[in-house]
Design a protein around this ligand. Structure first.
Ligand code: MLT
Length: 245
């Protein structure tokens, strides 16, 4: 079973290209965090979760509810932070880990301050306004106008309070760097040359610290790499999934 965890401020439908390609052959589940997309799938998530581990706990509860013992987890950006929280809380539930356009380290003071500003924008101006602020960092110059619009639309669907909350929670997430050497399952790291949020060297460092990781860097690609290069991204997931079992 493959579990797909989405980026901020999107929802599980950002995985549609991968769902279309993989669902015929791979059992998969793409979940929303509370307040994003169809988050009624997440009955146990505290709406005011203040620690990223609470999101991970709610995912475990959802897996339990569905009778799913183990999953291979692929998380993009915030999804990667949640995936690492899952490993921290319940490593025995994970058969593989894919960290895509994400990092293990925590935020520095400047990044935390930016999160606080963004939370304020979400609360006072709404989801579309915060999404607009983030747009230049989410997609590269090579992405199509259609994709820009699709991402704007997805971000605008989020609940502003959930967005603000998630921003603050991301800013306060613990540094997971020390976890990386303990992740003894087949791992995948995906990075992108034109991702202003996660540098290539950051992705390479995460891969180097993981005991069993393959690292793929996508060229002329921005932060939301699964949407900018869906076929290459899906192929990387498929090779990773073949290494699990
Ligand atoms: C995301 O794409 O999930 C966010 O940009 C994560 C972040 O800002 O660190």
């Amino acid at each position: 079973m493959l579990l797909l965890l989405h980026a901020f401020p999107l929802n599980h439908t950002m995985w549609q290209p991968q769902i279309d390609a993989l669902a015929p052959t791979t059992p998969l589940l793409a979940l929303d965090y509370a307040g994003f997309g169809a988050s009624q799938w997440y009955p146990t998530t505290p709406p005011d979760a203040s620690h990223i581990d609470e999101v991970a706990i709610s995912i475990i509860a959802e897996l339990d509810r569905r009778g799913i013992a183990q999953v291979a987890v692929a998380g993009l950006s915030m999804g990667g932070y949640v995936a690492l929280a899952l490993w921290r809380i319940a490593p025995q539930r994970l058969t593989g880990l894919a960290i895509c356009n994400s990092r293990a380290s925590g935020d520095d003071a400047a990044s935390k301050a930016a999160r606080v500003r963004n939370a304020h924008i979400a609360r006072t101006q709404g989801a579309a306004a915060l999404t607009e602020v983030m747009m230049p960092r989410l997609l590269s110059q090579y992405a199509s106008p259609t994709l820009f619009q699709q991402v704007r639309d997805l971000g605008s669907q989020a609940d502003p309070e959930a967005m603000a909350n998630a921003m603050l929670m991301i800013g306060e997430r613990p540094d997971a760097t020390a976890l990386l050497p303990t992740i003894n399952v087949p791992s995948l790291v995906i990075g992108a040359t034109d991702d202003p949020i996660i540098s290539v060297s950051n992705s390479q460092a995460v891969a180097a610290a993981l005991p069993d990781a393959h690292c793929i860097i996508l060229s002329q690609c921005g932060h939301l790499s699964n949407l900018e290069y869906p076929a290459q991204f899906t192929a990387a997931l498929q090779s990773w999934l073949q290494r699990i079992h």
